[in-house]
Design a protein around this ligand. Structure first.
Ligand SMILES: NC(=O)c1ccc[n+]([C@@H]2O[C@H](COP(=O)([O-])OP(=O)(O)OC[C@H]3O[C@@H](n4cnc5c(N)ncnc54)[C@H](O)[C@@H]3O)[C@@H](O)[C@H]2O)c1
Ligand SMILES: C[C@]12C[C@H](O)[C@H]3[C@@H](CCC4=CC(=O)CC[C@@]43C)[C@@H]1CC[C@@H]2C(=O)CO
Length: 405
């Protein structure tokens, strides 16, 4: 029976039955209580399921054809030449160091007209850009949390662009103030991450959008996998990046009919200024301990808090110092004739763990992969007679304890 149906016909039947089910529910719902409505909806669902049963053999073929179509269109797009850089202006935030500084240099070398913004015009990063880049590059001092500085940068950019629009806005500026359990993270840390990573980015985007719409250009937001996966001790940073991700996705849909492409880049872990500055993290850890209430400090213990900082520092020591996967991706997002909506820059094992493994397994791996905590909170040790490393006093080694779990 099902072999006799060709694909268009069964699609037609499935759509009709969905509409019939929906119509039944809509027409009958006002006259029926909840129970019969559910029965009507169930009836429609059974109808769709029966139709689906007729056409089941066609589905693998459809999936295969769809996959081949995606692969073919991706390969065709990948073969298309990149758009020329000449005449295209790009505004980048957070160019004092890290990805922003490297991206400004690369885009300048490719021929883009770069507006590189920095927190400190007298800093090493700004000086490096001034020294190594062409006269096309404009350095601007912008703290993205300060609306008047954002507006001044807009005026300066417009003055230089004249009647031209802005081809690219790269929202790169971002901070991760501290690493610690959410309960231990100061509210000031949550607020600062939101102010810079979310509200600052929204402020710059809204201010520069008219120029980007004029050029039918690109908005490229540098987010983080921490905005999509629950990295331990990154609740403040991850929450701000999660807000940024949803803002970016919403913007992507809304700007589509303006011809503006909105792209999210999710780098894996790299050893940039922020993550490799041990003095910075030592200071953050000190402020965290000073900000804790006596009760929290008693429950968790200083050794627990300090281990988190030490583990993160050893994690960042192993991170890559080669930013090229991120910089190549930023160039691709600005130059590809058909850019992707999302790019992962660098292999993030966490991405695969989070996307493809069951919850119980990924929770265990996530903890082991990012921060191999060995010290338990003090209150938990007391309750179960454990020593500083969470081992039972009557059990000789931690391995025996872990074997018990
Ligand atoms: N390094 C990584 O492993 C990694 C991974 C994923 C995502 N990211 C993201 O990449 C982006 C760049 O970070 P990075 O790793 O190059 O670190 P970074 O600290 O070297 O660069 C951050 C930049 O943002 C600037 N900045 C901070 N606060 C600002 C503010 N209020 N106004 C304007 N500029 C401000 C800093 O001056 C610096 O230039 C950030 O958004 C970060 O969240 C980094
Ligand atoms: C958040 C940081 C960037 C990045 O986001 C890192 C995170 C450490 C954990 C981690 C592992 C990954 O595989 C994806 C990126 C990421 C989640 C880093 C800690 C400090 C660093 C920064 O401070 C960046 O400004």
């Amino acid at each position: 029976m099902s072999e006799n149906y060709n694909i268009p016909f069964w699609i037609y039947l499935a759509v009709v039955s969905l509409f019939v089910g929906g119509a039944m529910k809509k027409i009958l719902a006002p006259h029926l209580s909840v129970g019969p409505t559910l029965v009507a909806w169930l009836g429609a669902t059974v109808l769709v399921e029966r139709l689906w049963g007729f056409c089941l053999p066609a589905i693998p073929l459809l999936v295969l054809l769809a996959a081949m179509g995606c692969i073919y269109s991706r390969s065709r797009t990948a073969q298309l030449p990149n758009l020329p850089a000449q005449g295209k202006a790009v505004f980048i935030t957070g160019c004092d160091s890290g990805f922003g500084n490297a991206a400004a240099k690369r885009l300048d070398s490719l021929g883009f007209e770069v507006f590189a913004t920095v927190l400190n015009l007298e800093g090493d990063g700004a000086r490096e850009l001034q020294r190594s880049c062409s006269s096309r590059l404009t350095l601007l001092q912008v703290d993205i949390t300060q609306p008047q500085q954002v507006q001044q940068a807009l005026l300066d950019t417009k003055a230089k662009l004249g009647l031209r629009g802005l081809w690219g806005l790269v929202n790169n500026a971002g901070v991760c103030l501290n690493l610690g359990d959410a309960e231990l993270t100061l509210m000031s840390n949550f607020r600062c991450c939101m102010e810079v990573n979310f509200f600052g980015t929204v402020s710059v985007t809204k201010s520069f959008l008219p120029l980007v719409r004029q050029a039918k250009g690109r908005i490229v937001n540098i987010s983080s996998p921490a905005g999509e996966q629950p990295f331990p001790c990154l609740a403040a940073y991850g929450s701000s990046k999660a807000a940024l991700n949803l803002f970016t996705e919403t913007l992507r849909h809304e700007l589509n009919h303006w011809g503006v492409r909105v792209i999210t880049i999710l780098p894996s872990s790299y050893r940039t200024a922020a993550s490799s500055n041990h003095a910075h993290w030592d200071q953050q850890n000190k402020e965290l301990l000073q900000g804790l209430s006596p009760e929290l400090l008693e429950d968790y213990g200083e050794d627990y808090v300090t281990e988190t900082k030490n583990l993160f520092q050893s994690f960042s020591e192993r991170a890559s110092t080669d930013f090229s996967p991120v910089i190549d991706t930023i160039v691709q997002a600005l130059s590809s004739p058909q850019p992707q909506a999302r790019y992962h820059a660098g292999l993030s094992l966490m991405y695969f763990i989070h996307s493809y493994l069951p919850l119980s397994l990924r929770d265990r791996l996530q903890k082991k992969r990012f921060l191999k905590k060995t010290v338990m909170p003090r209150a938990l040790r007391k309750k179960s007679g454990l020593d500083a490393n969470g081992c039972h006093s009557n059990i000789n080694t931690c391995e025996e304890k872990q074997n018990l779990q």
